[in-house]
Design a protein around this ligand. Structure first.
Ligand code: NAD
Length: 284
């Protein structure tokens, strides 16, 4: 895949930037895109080499198509497209205004659909490619406090896996769609939510580092998988809760007490300069 083109949405910061770094490290010519053009440009400059940047609002289907064409023009192909852009506004849905609810559905669900379809155009022409969609564990189970976000991610994963099946039904074997469902990740999306009880669901399990999740994206390039939960034990646990919603209702109270304690613990660690762990301490 050396020199082939890749595009990452929402890659001006956070997980998207780390994914772009991993793809560039594998020799791909990476097109970093973001709603915030300046952050995409500075992220591309950080990566250097052949990486380049442009503004892209994933809510705009036509703009997604144009970004796919721009990648092919610059790199000669589009081998990988990562739908990473996402937004999260926590809180009970009845406390959110319509604009916040719509934004989550538009960016997380429609954005993933727009990006996937834009990528499939050149990929179907060339006969190969890989679309990687960053979902969340909230795409696999109901997430109290993050319900509209979870609804948008359920839509994104259903669309992604269903479209993969449609590709196979159409006899297209060399285009893959992989969905990655990580637990909470320490990025700007969560960094300002340590005091927010509504966002506790993001802190219940294993708080991941963006570099760890980006590495998993790299592994998916070698071995595509329709759905990957990260870490796997959390994927297994939440699927049980999904199967038995009454169990979820019973464990809700203690689970959220624990999550709030975890938020406080991380806040203390951040204040003491002990979080996030240094690259060496994290074993990376
Ligand atoms: N942080 C977590 O706990 C977590 C957990 C699981 C999954 N995810 C998912 O990972 C992905 C990356 O999130 P992150 O944690 O890096 O968040 P982040 O907020 O740090 O980064 C999101 C990026 O998306 C961009 N963006 C927002 N709206 C956009 C739009 N309309 N068009 C294009 N770009 C847009 C933002 O400018 C930002 O650069 C998201 O899909 C998120 O839902 C995050």
């Amino acid at each position: 895949m050396i020199g082939a083109g890749a595009l990452v949405t929402g890659s001006g910061r956070g997980l998207g930037l780390e994914i772009a770094r991993v793809l560039a490290g594998r020799g791909l010519t990476v097109h970093l895109t973001d709603l915030d053009e300046a952050s995409a440009a500075s992220a591309a400059a950080q990566i250097g080499g052949t990486a380049f940047a442009s503004a892209l609002d994933v809510r705009d289907a036509e703009a997604c198509r144009a970004a796919a064409c721009a990648t092919v023009e610059r790199a000669g192909s589009l081998a990988v497209w990562v739908n990473n852009a996402g937004v999260l506004t926590p809180g009970p849905a009845w406390q959110q205004d319509e604009a916040a609810r719509r934004l989550m559905i538009d960016v997380n669900a429609h954005g993933t659909i727009n990006g996937t379809l834009a990528a499939l155009e050149p990929m179907r022409q060339s006969g190969s490619g890989h679309v990687i969609n960053v979902i969340s564990l909230a795409g696999l189970v109901a997430a109290p406090g993050e319900t509209v976000y979870a609804a948008s991610k359920h839509a994104a994963i259903a669309f992604s896996v269903g479209t993969l099946m449609d590709l196979r039904r159409a006899g297209i074997e060399r285009i893959d769609i992989s969905c990655l469902c990580p637990d909470g990740i320490w990025t700007p999306m969560l960094e300002d939510k340590l005091d927010d009880p509504a966002a506790a669901a993001s802190f219940i399990g294993t708080l991941l580092l963006p570099e760890q999740v980006a590495e998993r994206v790299g592994a998916l390039l070698d071995k595509p998988r329709p759905v990957t939960a990260m870490p796997p034990y959390r994927g297994a646990l939440i699927r049980i809760v999904d199967l038995f919603p009454r169990l979820g209702l019973r464990i809700l109270g203690p689970m959220f007490v624990q999550a709030a304690q975890k938020q406080r613990r991380i806040k203390r660690k951040v204040a003491a300069g002990k979080w996030p762990p240094s690259k060496n301490a994290a074993g990376r």
